[in-house]
Design a binder for this molecule. Structure first.
Ligand code: FPP
Length: 254
């Protein structure tokens, strides 16, 4: 919040719209970063070029989210279904966290950003995991924006694992059936400890959730942008938040 206040005095210079209401910033913004491949195809470039440009967009949007005081930014970076893509594309996607962190980790540390990973380590190559774990370790005491990479993540598997954990706890007598509640499931999800997303943005014109945080999105505001992810920038994040601020969230009440 403190960084945010210093920026807010200078909304204009920071490119933050004057109308943005600083008292109603979504705590948790989640993004399905879609359209890298189509962005590249449009330019006659290989798909890898689209993913690389997508990585650059991550930087811009992280800085923008941090500037306005978003607390958690979750980015769907690699789904459990993405393993089905051609080998060379998977290999390339597995190199990007390393490249991103080699370029940006120092600045993330300086900005007090905390890196976190939501997803399974199993199956992720050591070079990818090593880079992410180093970033998580080096930023673990930071208290600013949580930059949460959903990497090798899928929501159905996450819920299945949580259910398995609950069944085990009931079988062992650690929990009674009556004690099973939302909190017992949530504490077993990959996102345990994070607030649910207030705002979900999906780029590229697709209007699907694609197995992303199905439990956590129960009351999330959904915004779909026609832009391809590599074209998404700070101004588009601010526009999405303005749209979010115009919505009336009732959480099932009146
Ligand atoms: C979807 O676009 C995008 C992905 C599956 C990968 C997203 C990854 C990044 C933006 C970069 C990751 C970087 C780091 C640092 C984790 P698509 O390939 O499905 O696009 P298409 O639908 O147009 O083919």
């Amino acid at each position: 919040m403190s960084q945010f206040k210093t920026w807010f005095g200078k909304k204009k210079e920071a490119g933050i719209p004057e109308q943005l209401d600083e008292t109603n910033i979504p705590k948790h913004v989640a993004i399905i970063m879609d359209g890298n491949g189509r962005w590249a195809r449009r330019r006659g470039l290989p798909r890898a070029a689209g993913h690389h440009a997508g990585m650059k967009a991550i930087k811009r949007v992280t800085v923008a989210a941090d500037n306005i005081g978003v607390e958690v930014l979750s980015l769907y970076s690699f789904s459990t279904e993405n393993w089905k893509r051609p080998r060379d594309e998977v290999d390339y996607l597995m190199k990007l966290p390393q490249e991103f962190l080699a370029l940006e980790l120092d600045e993330l540390i300086e900005k007090n950003v905390r890196v976190r990973m939501t997803g399974w380590k199993e199956g992720v190559p050591a070079h990818t995991l090593g880079a992410v774990e180093e970033a998580v370790e080096k930023t673990k005491n930071n208290t600013g924006l949580i930059l949460n990479f959903a990497f090798n993540y899928g929501s159905r598997m996450e819920m299945m694992e949580a259910v398995r954990g609950i069944v085990k706890a009931v079988q062992s007598g650690e929990l009674t059936l009556e004690q099973v509640d939302e909190a017992s499931l949530e504490s077993r999800l990959q996102t345990a400890g994070l607030p649910d997303p207030d705002l979900l943005i999906r780029t590229s014109g697709e209007r699907r959730i694609s197995n992303f945080m199905l439990w956590q999105l129960a009351y999330t505001e959904l915004i779909f942008s026609d832009l391809y992810w590599p074209d998404f920038s700070d101004e588009h994040l601010y526009e999405a938040i303005l749209e979010y601020q115009s919505r009336n969230r009732r959480f099932g009440g009146l």
